[in-house]
Design a protein around this ligand. Structure first.
Ligand code: ZN
Length: 308
């Protein structure tokens, strides 16, 4: 799933290509992608793009007349930037946005289509897409400590729940927890102030490092579809099951849960104990919404309603 560093890479690649440009044509290829009826997609056509921004993991194209297109790429959604009138890539193209400067194509190479496009008008409607979680790049320690303590979940769940912390998913939560030397199954309310300070510092360091790294990698060009990935060769633990931890050399462990697995180093993060897979899988599973879709969307709505 594209997470904060990936989403920032897309936002920064889109800005010089589409801001100030009129959207000549918007074509929805997969009817499942567009989740709203009002305003209709045609409303966007011939409007100029004024701004490209992000709300957590969502990418927002804001056009004239306070119109906004909000994209959540979920797991397999990607953008491609093609020359004007280029042919659309086969079965995976879900939508195409044509500008005089080029063709922005949204693809999703997966059986299960999860990526979404919402259209809305006005700032109040746009505000509705904020899941309510903390922005790690701008949060201070007291806000972070409060966010951690608001509910009692495993740190893995807390970091990836957009209603608590916004912008982090399965990959960067593993990297952040490894950098913080904290176990993914430690409970969020059990963190001492020293530990939560260490976690916030590790989160900032990890995200800043990867934002800068992707910025350098993609300088002057649009990220290729295979380059926005949850599996980077230089990650410390995520996707590295069985490989040596770059800090201590112990083999990276995994706990499987839901549709995911979390990777960690037993030596660096769990006091040398290999966390037995079975019971911890259960613990993580029980601490998890049934599907990734409900974590990214449904649960937010439910929680928001509950909080009101
Ligand atoms: Zn280690």
């Amino acid at each position: 799933m594209p997470e904060l560093p990936d989403v920032i890479a897309y936002v920064e690649a889109l800005r010089p290509r589409v801001v100030g440009q009129p959207l000549v044509r918007a074509s929805i290829i997969s009817p499942f992608l567009l989740r709203t009826f009002e305003p209709p997609i045609e409303e966007l056509e011939s409007s100029r793009v004024e701004r490209v921004s992000r709300i957590g993991k969502r990418i927002v194209l804001s056009l004239e007349r306070d119109l906004h297109a909000v994209v959540h790429l979920m797991i397999a959604g990607r953008f491609r930037w093609l020359p004007p009138d280029a042919r659309l890539p086969g079965k995976i193209a879900q939508a195409a946005f044509d500008f005089p400067t080029g063709r922005l194509v949204l693809t999703e190479a997966a059986q299960k289509k999860r990526a979404s496009l919402h259209l809305c008008r006005g700032q109040a409607a746009l505000h509705e897409f904020e899941p309510g979680g903390l922005d790690l790049l701008n949060a201070d320690h007291s806000a972070f400590h409060a966010a951690l303590g608001r509910e009692n979940h495993t740190l893995k769940r807390t970091l990836t729940d957009p209603t608590l912390i916004d912008g982090v998913g399965n990959a960067y939560s593993d990297e952040i927890l490894h950098a913080a030397r904290l176990s993914p199954v430690k409970l969020s309310q059990s963190l001492t102030p020293e530990e939560s300070e260490r976690l916030l510092a590790a989160a900032r360091r990890t995200l800043d490092h990867w934002i800068a790294r992707l910025r350098a990698d993609f300088a002057g060009r649009f990220p290729g579809p295979g380059e926005i990935t949850a599996f980077r060769p230089d990650f410390a633990v995520h996707g590295k099951y069985g490989k040596p931890c770059p800090v201590c050399g112990s083999p990276v462990q995994r706990i499987r849960f839901s549709e995911n697995e979390t990777n960690y180093c037993a030596t660096c993060q769990a006091g040398g104990r290999v966390l037995a897979d079975r019971s911890l899988s259960r613990l993580l599973r029980e601490d998890w919404p049934r599907t990734i879709d409900s974590l990214e969307s449904g649960s937010n709505q439910q929680k928001r309603t509950r909080r009101r």
